[in-house]
Design a protein around this ligand. Structure first.
Ligand code: NAD
Length: 334
């Protein structure tokens, strides 16, 4: 039933089990690295919840999946507090929706937004925070619920693309994505199958399961990689734009995805999306969309965030590849 035809009572009856279901799927996905439904099923249910809460704001709750980032940290790993929260990201499913998002930014009366965007590939892994003190890597952590993440420093030290020391004595946090290349994922699952172990549902869950290990020796064997893409305190790097921040991170020795592009209008945005929709399968790592970020970093700060997502970036999500995939039975293993 379309949301605008529902009575409050009917909406209430729908919203309670819907929220419960999404919370359960979120736990399986974020905390156990063990999803039992495809992402598009989760996304569709999530969109329905958003629509219900928009139409009936009185049914909103602060513990709703629409108001919370990710999942809770794994109890056996040490917890880390993110002073600058690690947020989720809003998403759109068409170029028209993306243009509406940009228009709303333009209409913002408080912040003048120059229509210059940095487009990046949306890497299908899990968020990673790396903290350096005087140029030395001192902490690696996961996003967790955005404020409390998991300490995975020893595990991160085993990832080849993560520099243990920077060429400059910077005290700074860098954020990005930890992922498992497609080939490594296939090899890992083959090995696991041969050994009679449960296999991972997709490279994203394999990366998360491999990084969130209690034993760094296990992580070391898993062939994880990284793409770094964000510096919350960009002022300390002396950069003014997202594109320049990526260049600086490259200079510092981080792995930075080479495919970002600065664009200004619908035509350029469409060309980029079409190009990477076509190239997607040829890439050696999984991507599930395109991220659009306002290129001017001071404008990003001025736009700020909602409780869950930044107002200066948005994900354009690719349509699901094959809707009929059976989700295999997998287990969380430490
Ligand atoms: P998200 O993972 O879709 O998007 C936010 C994340 O994108 C960021 O945290 C960051 O880690 C990542 N990212 C990748 N490349 C980036 C780049 N270039 N710049 C900035 N960030 C980049 O958001 P989310 O809220 O963490 O998770 C929602 C996703 O998880 C949806 O796709 C949903 O389908 C899936 N999910 C699935 C299930 C399931 O049961 N199948 C359950 C929960 C969530």
């Amino acid at each position: 039933i379309p949301v605008d035809q529902l009575t409050l009572a009917a909406a209430k009856q729908e919203i309670v089990p819907l929220r419960k279901q999404l919370t359960q799927w979120g736990k399986e996905y974020y905390e156990q690295d063990n999803p039992t439904v495809e992402d598009y099923v989760y996304d569709r249910a999530y969109q329905r919840l958003v629509a219900l809460e928009q139409r009936f704001p009185e049914l909103k709750t602060s513990d709703s999946p629409t108001q919370r980032v990710g999942g809770g940290p794994q109890s056996q790993l040490t917890k880390v507090t993110h002073d600058i929260p690690m947020l989720s990201m809003g998403d759109v499913f068409s170029i028209d929706e993306l243009m509406d998002f940009n228009q709303r930014q333009q209409d913002n009366k408080d912040v003048e937004v120059a229509p210059e965007y940095n487009l990046e590939l949306k890497i299908d892994g899990l968020s990673l925070s790396l903290v350096y003190e005087n140029g030395k890597l001192v902490q690696g952590s996961t996003r967790g619920n955005g404020v409390i993440g998991e300490d995975v420093t020893a595990n991160v030290m085993t990832i080849k693309s993560v520099p243990h020391e920077l060429p400059e004595p910077l005290s700074l946090e860098f954020r990005g994505e930890c992922y498992m290349p497609k080939k490594s994922f296939v090899n890992l699952n083959q090995e696991r199958e041969a050994a009679g172990q449960p296999i991972f549902a997709n490279p994203r869950n394999a990366a998360a399961g491999s990084l969130r290990q209690l034993d760094p020796h296990v992580t070391a064997k898993r062939d994880l990689d990284t793409f770094m893409y964000y510096v919350p305190e960009y002022q300390k790097l002396g950069v003014k734009t997202q594109a320049a921040a990526l260049d600086r991170m490259r200079e510092l020795g981080f792995n930075v995805n080479p495919n970002n592009r600065v664009v200004h209008n619908r035509q350029e945005i469409t060309a980029y999306i079409e190009e990477y929709t076509a190239k997607r399968d040829q890439l050696s790592y999984g991507i599930d969309g395109i991220v659009e970020k306002v290129n001017d970093l001071d404008t990003e700060i001025a736009l700020g965030n909602t409780v869950k997502v930044p107002r200066w970036e948005i994900a354009y999500k690719f349509p699901p590849e094959e809707q009929a995939t059976v989700v295999r039975d997998i287990e969380w293993t430490v």
